[in-house]
Design a protein. Structure first.
Length: 318
């Protein structure tokens, strides 16, 4: 189906309800809002239009999946929102999704049943001038680029655990290669909700200097050798950091806090003075180990009823 507005946008008052397999739309004076029953492909319609283009917000939803094979584009302060029960797939050289300062929001598992994933191939891109990119899904397979001027967020649905540094088909996983595809962002944020976050390999975003991990449970590692390498690292946990093995990191600015449980971090300092702020409010202990012949400045070390220790520190020669 091809839709062209007449100067008022498409679905301006109420979203246009459809039951079509393919959609192309152009709104020259407003946004595009379409709620589709069944699977929806953006592009592939024979006609004069291509993809979805608007001068306002674009909001497309499906009770099945959404596949983008032709560009979705808006600009200015407007945003692109894609919502699907059974996954969002970005496919092909023409499948870019672009917004301005309003950002791109993708919910690939909008019914929160743990089945809808986000898939992008190595040609398509998610692009904003200064807006955020938010991907919410049961899993992600990222081979296309994300070029965002704001924060890039990855959120797992249905309390699914997050695996970092390796592939686990039963969890929401992000590998080092996938994180290296994110560029220009001010921060990468990974939020597992009430699922755990586990480091199962090395990660270190090549093009982003700040990483935040958020969970209502634990941030853990399955081996001492695993390392998170990033300049600024913010760890926000609910029940502990480094429970099974000490969490290996290589960072310069470190913030770690948990509402309960212990904090156990091994930092391999590489340059400059390391600034650390660590807190547990549930009576746990804090253990921070650092090597690398760099200085350490602890701005905060707070624990309810536990102890705080700094061990195996290799300090610079004065």
């Amino acid at each position: 189906m091809c839709i062209r507005d007449r100067g008022k946008g498409i679905g301006a008052t109420w979203a246009l309800e459809t039951q079509v397999s393919s959609l192309e739309a152009n709104a020259s004076a407003g946004g595009v809002r379409v709620d589709n029953t069944g699977a929806l492909q953006i592009g592939g319609v024979v006609g004069t239009l291509s993809g979805v283009d608007a001068t306002g917000d674009i909001a497309l939803s499906s009770t099945a999946g959404i596949t983008v094979i032709e560009a979705i584009t808006t600009g200015g302060t407007y945003e692109v929102r894609l919502s699907a029960f059974n996954g969002v797939t970005q496919s092909g050289a023409d499948g870019d999704i672009t917004s301005g300062t309003g950002g791109v929001l993708i919910n690939a598992d909008s019914n929160d049943d743990g089945t809808g994933g986000f898939l992008s191939d190595d040609i398509g891109a998610l692009i904003t001038s200064s807006g955020d990119v938010t991907i919410t899904a049961a899993d992600t397979d990222l081979t296309g680029s994300v070029n965002a001027g704001g924060i890039v967020s990855f959120n797992s649905t249905n309390n699914i655990n997050v695996t970092l540094g390796n592939i686990d088909l039963s969890t929401f996983d992000l590998t080092d290669v996938e994180l290296d595809l994110v560029t220009a962002a001010s921060l990468i944020k990974i939020d597992s909700g009430s699922g755990a976050i586990e480091l199962r390999g090395d990660i270190g975003p090549d093009h982003v200097g700040s990483l935040q991990l958020v969970t209502e449970t634990t941030i853990d590692s399955n081996a001492l050798a695993n390392t998170i390498t990033v300049a600024t690292l913010d760890l926000d946990a609910g029940t502990g950091i480094g429970d099974t093995f000490a969490l290996g990191i290589a960072a310069t600015t470190i913030s770690g806090d948990t509402s309960a449980g212990d904090i156990d971090i091994d930092n391999a300092a590489t340059a400059g003075t390391v600034d650390a702020s660590l807190a547990t409010t549930g009576g746990g202990t804090i253990n921070f180990d650092q090597d690398g012949n760099q200085s350490l400045k602890v701005t905060t070390a707070s624990t309810g009823a536990g102890t705080v220790s700094y061990t195996h520190l290799t300090l610079p020669t004065m």
